[in-house]
Design a protein around this ligand. Structure first.
Ligand code: ADP
Ligand code: ASP
Ligand code: MG
Length: 406
C-alpha cells in the first residue's frame, strides 16, 4: 500500500464530465489498495474570471479581499469532486486550506506555506476516505484566507506530499509530461522521461508554467518523488523529476527552452555612480515586496551610470511609482520602462561541460534579426530579454538550433 498525493489542474477539472473522470481515476488507485489525497485547482478559466470580476469592482483590488474572492474557485472544485467520488461509491471528504490548516505567511496573493496540520487527513485516510484538499490556498496566523500565487495548487500538492511523507506526488495536467519546450508553441517539442530538480527549477522559474516554481523547491528540499502526467491518458509514465543527473553517455547540452512573457523592464537613467546606489534603488523595490529578476548596471561614465532591471509585468506600475520617488532622492535623471518584453532561456545541466552554448544561442537569434536587450547566465542557463513580438520565433529557432526536436 502506498500513500499518493494526486493534483489535478484546471483543465482536468474543467467540466462535470471531466470531474467524474478524475473521480474514476482516483477510484482506480484506491481499488489498488492505495491511500489517496487529491488536491484540485479551480475549474479552468474560473480563477481568471474571478480576478476580472474583482477588477470590475476595484481597479487595483484590495489584496486581502482578492484572496477571499479567488480562493472560492477551489472550494467549488473540492465539493464537486467529493460528490462525484461519493456517487462512485467511495468515502470522501473535502477540506479547504483553512480546514486542513495549511498555515501560510500573510503575503496575500503570493503567500508561502509555513506548516501543515496533517492529523485530520491521516485519520480520514485511516478510516478509508479519499481526502480532497483545495489547492492554491491557506490561512495566516490571524485566520485570514491567503492564496499562493498563480499555479499554486502544484505547491499545495507537493507540500502535502512532504507533510504526509507520501510515496509519490503526481501532478496531473493536460500534457503527458514535461517537454523540451511548451508544446503549444513548438509542436515538435519532445517529452522528457526525466528531468533533474535543478533543471526543472530553472525551467519553472524562467516561465515554464507546467509546475509552479515553489512546488519544485519544496519537492527538492523535502525529497518528494514528483511526477508530471496527463489526466487524459491512462497509459504513460509521464516525466519524473530526479535528483540524479542522467548517467546517459550523451547528456544533451540543452534540456529545454523556457520563456516568460509576464516581464517588464525598468531603467533608471543618469544614476550618480557611487557606492550604495544599487541598494538605494533596489532597497525600496524590495521593501514594496516586488521581486526583481535580471539586473544590469552599465559601466559608469562622467560620474553617472544607467541601471536596469526586470520585474513581473503585473508589478510594473507599482515598481515605476516606487522608482519615481527614489529618483529625486538619489538625483537620477529619468525613469523609463517597457512592459512589452519577454525572456527566453536555454536550460541544461550539460551546459556546465560545454562552452560555446551562449555564442550558439546569440548566433541563432542574430540570424533571424532578433535584437537582444539583456543577457543573464548561470552555470546551467542562458536567458535573454527580447521584444515580446519575437517570443514565438525565438523559441522555435532555439529549439531547432539545439536539436531539441531530434
Ligand atoms: P494545470 O491547469 O493542469 O495546472 P497549466 O496550464 O498550469 O496546467 O500547465 C500545463 C501547461 O504548461 C501545458 O498545457 C503547456 O502548455 C504548458 N507548458 C509550458 N512549458 C511546458 C513544458 N516545458 N512542458 C510541458 N508543458 C509546458
Ligand atoms: N486556480 C489557480 C490558478 O489558476 C491555482 C492553480 O491552478 O494552480 O492560478
Ligand atoms: Mg498549473
Amino acid at each position: 500500500m502506498a500513500l499518493i498525493v494526486q493534483k489535478y489542474g484546471g483543465t482536468s477539472m474543467g467540466s462535470p464530465e471531466r470531474i467524474k473522470n478524475v473521480a474514476r481515476r482516483v477510484a482506480r488507485f484506491q481499488a489498488q489498495g492505495h491511500q489517496v489525497v487529491v488536491v484540485v485547482s479551480a475549474m479552468s478559466g474560473e480563477t481568471n474570471r474571478l480576478i476580472a470580476l474583482a477588477r470590475e469592482i476595484q481597479a487595483d483590488p484590495d489584496p486581502r479581499e482578492l484572496d477571499v474572492v479567488i480562493s472560492t474557485g477551489e472550494q467549488v472544485a473540492i465539493g464537486l469532486l467529493c460528490m462525484a467520488l461519493k456517487d462512485a461509491g467511495l468515502k470522501a471528504r473535502s477540506y479547504t486550506g483553512g480546514q486542513v490548516r495549511i498555515l501560510t505567511d500573510d503575503a496575500f496573493n503570493k503567500a508561502r506555506i509555513l506548516s501543515i496540520d496533517e492529523a485530520n487527513i491521516r485519520a480520514d485516510l485511516d478510516s478509508g476516505h479519499v481526502v480532497v484538499v483545495a489547492g492554491f490556498q491557506g490561512v495566516d496566523e490571524a485566520g485570514n484566507i491567503t492564496t499562493l500565487g498563480r499555479g499554486g495548487s502544484d505547491t499545495t500538492g507537493v507540500a502535502l506530499a512532504a507533510a504526509l511523507k507520501a510515496d509519490e506526488c503526481q501532478i496531473y495536467t493536460d500534457v503527458d509530461g514535461v517537454y523540451t519546450t511548451d508544446p503549444r508553441i513548438v509542436p515538435e517539442a519532445r517529452k522528457l522521461d526525466t528531468v533533474t530538480f535543478e533543471e526543472m527549477l530553472e525551467m519553472a522559474s524562467l516561465g515554464s508554467k507546467v509546475l509552479q516554481i515553489r512546488s519544485v523547491e519544496f519537492a527538492g528540499k523535502y525529497k518528494v518523488k514528483l511526477r508530471v502526467l496527463s489526466s487524459f491518458q491512462d497509459e504513460g509514465e509521464g516525466t519524473l523529476i530526479t535528483v540524479e543527473e542522467g548517467k546517459k553517455m550523451e547528456q544533451p547540452i540543452i534540456s529545454g527552452i523556457a520563456f516568460n512573457r509576464d516581464e517588464a523592464k525598468l531603467t533608471v537613467l543618469g544614476v550618480p555612480d557611487r557606492p550604495g546606489v544599487a541598494y538605494q534603488v533596489l532597497g525600496p523595490i524590495a521593501d514594496a515586496n516586488i521581486d526583481v529578476d535580471m539586473i544590469i548596471q552599465n559601466v559608469g561614465h562622467d560620474g553617472s551610470t544607467d541601471f536596469s532591471f526586470t520585474v513581473n509585468r503585473s508589478e510594473f506600475e507599482k515598481a515605476k511609482a516606487v522608482l519615481e520617488s527614489v529618483r529625486q532622492h538619489i538625483g537620477a535623471r529619468e525613469i523609463i520602462g517597457d512592459n512589452r518584453i519577454c525572456k527566453v532561456s536555454a536550460v541544461g545541466v550539460g551546459m556546465r561541460s560545454h562552452p560555446g552554448v551562449a555564442s550558439q544561442m546569440f548566433r541563432a537569434l542574430a540570424e533571424e534579426g532578433i535584437n537582444i536587450q539583456m543577457i543573464s547566465t548561470s552555470e546551467i542557463k542562458i536567458s535573454v530579454v527580447l521584444d515580446e513580438k519575437y517570443l514565438e520565433l525565438a523559441v522555435r529557432v532555439l529549439h531547432k538550433s539545439f536539436d531539441l526536436d531530434k
